[in-house]
Design a binder for this molecule. Structure first.
Ligand SMILES: C[S@@+](CC[C@H](N)C(=O)[O-])C[C@H]1O[C@@H](n2cnc3c(N)ncnc32)[C@H](O)[C@@H]1O
Length: 315
C-alpha cells in the first residue's frame, strides 16, 4: 500500500509558532505555498532504528562540548564559510551552517518524521525567522545579534528592516569579517564586531530602543550564562528575543524528550536559563513576554524553542 504523505500547512506553522494564523505575515504564507513541506510518518521499526542511531551517536564520544575550549572549532568552521563565501562572489547561500543537515529524520510534534525534500529544515527555518523577527523586533531601531555565526540571519533582517542598524557580534574573527563583507557588498546597514559572551565588553553601547537577538548562541554558554544575562539586564534593551534549546521545556518522563535532554547535556548546552528568567520576573526585574516550546527539531533536539522578555523600568 502506498504510504500516506502529509504536508505542513500554514495552520501547522501557526501552531508551531504559538501564533494566530491570521497574523502570520503574507510573505511567510507565500513561502509555505512555494516550498515543499511534504513528509511521511515513520513506522515502528524505523522509529527503533532512529532511536538506536541517536543513542549510538550519544555514546560515540564524537559529540563536541560547548564552552571556551570549543572556540577553535568555530574559528575553523566559520573561516571555511568565509573563504567559500568570498570565492563564490558573496553568495549568501554559502553561509548556511553545515549543522543544518539535509535528508535526516526530524522531530515533529512528539515523534519523528521523514521530510521528502532535502531543504525542508532550511526552508522551515527561513519562514520561522521571518515570522520571529517580524513579531518581536519591529519596534527597535537597532538590533544586536550575539553569536551571529556566519551572519546567516542578518540578510533576512536587512531585507525586512533596511532602515534598522544591525550589529553582528561573535567571538570569531571570520564571523565579524563576513558581516562586514555583507555590509559592503550589499550596501546593508550592518556592522560586525568581536564580542565574547563569557567576558562581555562593557564598552559596547546598546542604544535605548535596541533589541537583543540570539539564535542558538546562548546554548554555547552552557551553565556559564549568568554573566551575560546580568550584562543584558544592565544594558537595559527594549526587548530580548532568544531562539535557543531550553532544557526546562522537555518532559523528563517521555522517551522522545528524554533523548533530547541527553543530547542537550552531552553537548553542554544552555543551563537552566528559563529558571533564571522566571526568578528575575518574580523579583520584578523583568517581564517575560513569551515562552514557546516549538515542537519541531532536527534529529537530536528542539533547537527552535524561544523565550522573549524585557527589563522592567527602573524605579
Ligand atoms: C550554533 S552557532 C549559531 C550561529 C547563528 N546564531 C545562527 O543562527 O546560525 C553558535 C554561535 O555562537 C558563537 N559563540 C559561542 N560562544 C560564544 C561566546 N562566548 N561569545 C560569542 N559568541 C560565541 C559561535 O562562534 C557560533 O557562531
Amino acid at each position: 500500500m502506498p504510504q500516506k504523505i502529509y504536508k505542513l500547512t500554514i495552520r501547522d506553522f501557526a501552531k508551531l509558532f504559538g501564533a494566530d494564523q491570521k497574523l502570520i505575515p503574507k510573505e511567510c504564507g507565500d513561502l509555505i505555498d512555494k516550498f515543499d513541506f511534504r513528509y511521511r510518518k515513520i513506522n515502528q521499526s524505523e522509529r527503533d532504528q532512529i532511536i538506536l542511531s541517536v543513542l549510538r551517536r550519544l555514546d560515540s564520544g564524537e559529540l563536541s562540548k560547548s564552552g571556551k575550549k570549543n572556540k577553535i572549532r568555530w574559528e575553523r568552521g566559520w573561516s571555511e564559510n568565509l573563504e567559500d563565501f568570498t570565492k563564490n562572489n558573496y553568495d549568501i547561500s554559502r553561509l548556511v551552517p553545515l549543522y543544518l543537515k539535509p535528508n535526516q529524520p526530524m522531530r515533529f510534534c512528539g515523534d519523528y518524521i521523514m521530510p521528502l525534500d532535502s531543504r525542508f529544515e532550511v526552508n522551515w527555518y527561513t519562514i520561522f525567522r521571518i515570522w520571529f523577527f517580524s513579531e518581536y523586533l519591529k519596534d527597535s531601531s537597532f538590533i544586536y545579534e550575539f553569536g551571529c555565526g556566519t551572519g546567516y540571519n542578518l540578510p533576512i533582517l536587512a531585507k525586512l528592516y533596511p532602515e534598522k542598524k544591525l550589529h553582528g557580534l561573535d567571538w570569531v574573527e571570520a564571523s565579524r569579517d563576513i558581516v562586514n563583507k555583507l555590509a559592503k557588498r550589499y550596501n546593508w546597514n550592518m556592522e560586525g564586531r568581536l564580542f565574547d559572551m563569557f567576558s562581555p565588553d562593557e564598552k559596547l553601547i546598546i542604544k535605548d530602543n535596541g533589541a537583543i537577538l540570539t539564535m542558538d548562541a546562548l546554548e554555547q554558554l552552557g551553565e556559564n550564562y549568568k554573566i551575560f544575562l546580568d550584562y543584558l539586564l544592565k544594558k537595559f534593551p527594549l526587548i530580548c528575543a532568544h531562539m535557543e534549546p531550553l532544557v526546562e521545556l522537555y518532559d523528563q518522563d517521555n522517551l522522545f524528550d528524554y533523548l533530547a535532554i541527553k543530547f542537550h547535556k552531552k553537548r553542554g548546552y544552555l543551563g537552566n536559563f528559563l529558571t533564571s528568567l522566571k526568578k528575575m520576573e518574580s523579583e520584578n526585574k523583568i517581564r517575560i513576554i513569551k515562552i514557546k516550546k516549538v515542537a519541531l527539531g532536527n534529529l537530536y533536539h528542539d533547537a527552535y524553542c524561544f523565550v522573549v522578555w524585557r527589563p522592567n523600568p527602573r524605579i
